[in-house]
Write a protein that binds this ligand. Structure first.
Ligand code: JHZ
Length: 403
């Protein structure tokens, strides 16, 4: 395995086994030709960067039927509104803004009807089309040095380049930073929030590791990577989204902007927990193995008691859980979901039927495995009836629990 920045050899420390495309929901007729790769992870000491070894081509992952809409969570709509309002402190009335991986426009919608010129880059056509329909300027392309050529008046003139849950999806970080360098204004900021390595390690939420998440960042990693590209990390802001994320604020090395105290605090937490070096990897691997054993044991125990088990939300994350723990339709009857592109299909690799969310209570499950555990508050609140009727949730981070 090679570090994706230095090209130097690194030793993968763990394999999650053969994996399908995390969002590759499929029809029965396509089971035989399903694509698999090996999900192995390693750690680059030079950049303290947690990364995947193999991953499928980006075109296999992001295409005209990408089955994820940011707006599928009410909480996330609110979160993006707050994120956009917060980011306005970096903007002037005529500023230019670019969002990477702008999906259905949930974030950029907050700049509509303002004097700010905002553009999104979104490689998946269905979600990009949805943004354009909402009146949000969305370019249906990957953000890279080849595709920013037409944005002449954004060159060295963009005050905010931002993303959420997107930078970790971009394999070629060098090209990404070159494109950012071309577009960022003198004191402009590059802001992104991503699932945080510290939270994944603390909660043992290894399901954040799948094909689309090529990197798991930390404060140390981003500060080292930024420095490599003549940028500096000036702020770190922990977020509760996606089970624990971090917002990174980066600007040009010679910008007048200065670093906040948050950086020192968070980086010292990371150093204390060895997240800046590969010492944490062994423990992390052991924790994943324990979690896998406990989850499988609990599900078999429930099944032996003749409980009807379903999954709640066919998340990308559930692909890692189901395939790594070898959980299939013999154990889980179906998974309910709200996304039209997933309903009527089968889960990648494990081939569990995905049914419309309307079927959740009607199916009368005894136990529902909460695969969208990161949206637990929102879901448990709207599904109060499930527990009142005697149903129980099964959650698995940080420990397996039926409640
Ligand atoms: P959710 C996706 O991951 C993919 P996923 C991506 N790689 C990423 O980084 C993050 O998002 C940001 C369903 N659902 O948000 C809808 C319900 O059924 O945890 C979706 O299929 N009922 C870009 O997929 C799925 O969950 C609900 O009440 O792990 C989304 O899951 C809610 C709230 C969601 O992201």
């Amino acid at each position: 395995m090679k570090c994706k920045i230095t090209g130097k050899k690194i030793n993968p420390f763990m394999s999650f086994g053969k994996m399908p495309i995390a969002n590759g929901f499929l029809n029965k007729k396509d089971f035989k030709k399903e694509f698999f790769y090996e999900l192995k992870v390693g750690f680059s000491e030079k950049f303290s960067l947690f990364q995947l070894d193999e991953y499928p081509s980006v075109k296999r992952m992001f295409h005209k039927n990408y089955p994820f809409y940011t707006s599928s969570s009410k909480y996330m709509i609110k979160h993006f509104k707050n994120y956009a309002n917060w980011s306005k402190k970096f903007l002037r009335s005529k500023s230019k803004v670019i969002e990477l991986g702008s999906n259905d426009g949930t974030f950029l919608n907050n700049f509509k009807n303002t004097s700010i010129e905002a553009i999104g880059f979104e490689p998946s056509k269905n979600v990009s089309d949805m943004a354009n329909k909402r009146g949000i300027n969305s370019i249906n392309k990957f953000f890279n040095t080849s595709n920013i050529g037409e944005l002449k008046n954004f060159e060295a003139n963009t005050d905010l380049i931002c993303g959420a849950n997107v930078i970790c999806h971009i394999p070629d970080l060098k090209n990404l930073f070159y494109a950012v360098d071309k577009l960022l204004s003198k004191d402009g900021v590059f802001v992104f929030e991503e699932p945080y390595l510290g939270s994944v390690y603390e909660k043992n939420s290894y399901d954040q590791i799948y094909d689309e998440h090529i990197y798991l960042f930390s404060g140390v990693a981003v500060s080292k990577v930024a420095a490599e590209f003549d940028l500096k990390l000036i702020d770190l802001l922990p977020q509760t989204t996606h089970g624990g994320s971090m917002r990174y604020v980066v600007c040009r090395k010679n910008s007048k902007r200065s670093k906040t105290q948050n950086i020192k605090k968070i980086i010292s937490y990371e150093k204390k927990n060895n997240l800046d070096n590969d010492k944490f990897c062994k423990k992390f691997k052991e924790n994943c193995e324990i979690s896998k054993r406990d989850l499988k044991k609990k599900i078999i125990e429930l099944k032996n008691k003749e409980k009807k088990i379903c999954g709640y939300a066919a998340t990308s994350k559930s692909t890692t859980i189901l395939n790594y723990c070898d959980i299939g339709p013999d154990l889980i009857d179906y998974i309910t979901d709200t996304t039209p592109e997933k309903i009527g299909k089968y889960s990648p690799g494990s081939h569990i039927p995905i049914v419309d969310h309307k079927f959740f209570l009607r199916g009368k499950p005894d136990v529902a495995i909460l695969f969208a555990w990161n949206h637990a508050n929102e879901i448990i609140n709207k599904e109060k009836k499930f527990r009142i009727n005697g149903g129980r949730w099964l959650t698995f981070f940080p420990k397996v629990k039926v409640w």
